[in-house]
Write a protein that binds this ligand. Sequence first.
Ligand SMILES: Cc1cc2nc3c(=O)[nH]c(=O)nc-3n(C[C@H](O)[C@H](O)[C@H](O)COP(=O)(O)OP(=O)(O)OC[C@H]3O[C@@H](n4cnc5c(N)ncnc54)[C@H](O)[C@@H]3O)c2cc1C
Length: 416
Amino acid sequence: MKKQVVIIGGGFGGLRAARALKASPVDVTLIDRRNYPLFQPLLYQVATGSLSPGDVAAPLRSVLSRQKNTRVLLGDVVDVDPASRRVVLADGAEFPYDALIVAAGSQSSYYGHDNWRQWAPSLKSVEEATTIRHKIFYAFEVAERLSDPAQRRAWLTFVIVGAGATGVELAGALAEIARQTLKNDFRSIHPEEARIILIDGAPRVLPPFPEDLSRKAERSLTKLGVQVKTGVMVKQIDKEGLVFATQNNAGTDERLDARTVIWAGGVTVPAFAKTLAKRMNAATDKTGRIKVNADLTVPGHPETFVIGDLAVASGPDGKPLPGVAQVAMQQGTYSAKVIVRRLRGQKAPPPFKYLDKGNLAVIGRASPGPDLQSRLTAHHRRRCFGLQLRSGDRAGDHCAPEGDSIRTVMTTAGSR
Ligand SMILES: Cc1cc2nc3c(=O)[nH]c(=O)nc-3n(C[C@H](O)[C@H](O)[C@H](O)COP(=O)(O)OP(=O)(O)OC[C@H]3O[C@@H](n4cnc5c(N)ncnc54)[C@H](O)[C@@H]3O)c2cc1C
C-alpha cells in the first residue's frame, strides 16, 4: 500500500503541497472545511464591489481534478491522534496518515471581544466580504432617505479598525467608491462627503513595513480623503458606532457615531490548532501559532509538518516569518519535498529558507498612477499565488484547469 499523506487545509500552503506531490508514489488526501481555496488578497475587492465572490474562489475539486493520486474531501478536522496517526473529523470520520501537513491558516481575532463581531465584521471569508459589501452600499441607500444631518453623518461614516495591509487597502477602495464610483448616483446625498476613518493602536499605518513606506501610504490615503487616526485604542463597538481613547488624551473616551465599522484587526489560530498543539505537546507563541523545527516539523513528531499562517518558523534574522501567501506556498513545496526525499531514502534537504519576493499594498486604483497595471501585476505576482495576473484576470482563472470556466459551486462543511 502506498504511503498516505493527509493535508489539512487547501488554502495557499496546503494546495501548493498537494500539487508538489503530484508525481510522487503517495496517496494524498486533502481535507478542507470549504470546497474552495480562497484568494484572500483580493477579498477587499469583493467587499467593495469590484469583484464577485466567484472571482476569488474556484472549486478545489476542479483545481486538482487531473491529479490522480489526490482526493479532496469536505470536512472539518477537529482532532488528531499522533499515537495511531489519525485525523478525526467533526462527523467522527477518521483518516490514517504516514505524513501529515497541517495548513489550517488563521482567523480574525477580536482580542477577547467576540461580541464586537456582530457589529464589525472582519474580512476573512467570502461570507464576511459580502456582508461588508452589503453594509457599505446599504449605508449610502439609508443616508439618501434621511433628512436629519446627524443621522446622515452617522450613516455616511465608515470606520476601519486596523491599519495593516488589509485595512489600508480597504480604506483606499472605500474612499474611491465614495469619491468616484458613486459620485453621480444619488440625488439627496453627496457620497464624496462620506467620512472614511482608518484607526489603529500602533503609532503608524502598515507597522511591518519600513517607516518611509508607512508615511508614503498615509499620504496616499489622506490624498484619497481617508482620515487616519493612529495611537487609538478601541474600547467598545456597538450598533451605533464605537468608543475609543487616544494615547495622548489622558484616557478620555471619545464616541464616534458610525453605522459601518469593519474589523481589520489581529489574527489568531483556528480552534483545531489548539487541540493539535495539546496532542503533540507543541510549543506555541502568544497567538497560538505552533513553533516548528527548521524543517517545518513539529518537535518530537517528524511525520507532522505545520506550515503557513499556523506555523512559527524563523527567518534568517531569527524573527518569525510573516503570515503571507508566499511563505505558505514555499513551505508547502518544501514540506512535500521532505516527504518525497524520505520516501526515496534520500538525504534530507537543507532547512527551509524563505525567498522573500517583496511586499506591496495597493491603495486605491488611482493611487499607483499610470503604471497601475504593472503595479497591480507586480502586486499579484509577488504577494499572491506567485502567478502573473493580467488586468481583468481572476484568481480562479489560475486555479481551474485551462479552458474551464469558473464554476462557483461553493460550500462549507456543516452547511449541507
Ligand atoms: C483580507 C486578507 C488579505 C490578504 N492579503 C494578502 C496579500 O496581499 N498578500 C499576501 O501574501 N498575503 C495576504 N494575506 C494573507 C494570506 O492570505 C495568508 O498568509 C495565506 O492565506 C496563508 O495561507 P495558509 O495556507 O496558511 O492558510 P489559508 O490560505 O487561510 O488556508 C487555510 C485553509 O484551511 C482550512 N481549514 C482551517 N481549519 C480547518 C479545519 N479544522 N478543518 C479543515 N479545514 C480547515 C480553511 O478552510 C482554509 O481553506 C491576506 C489575508 C487576508 C485575510
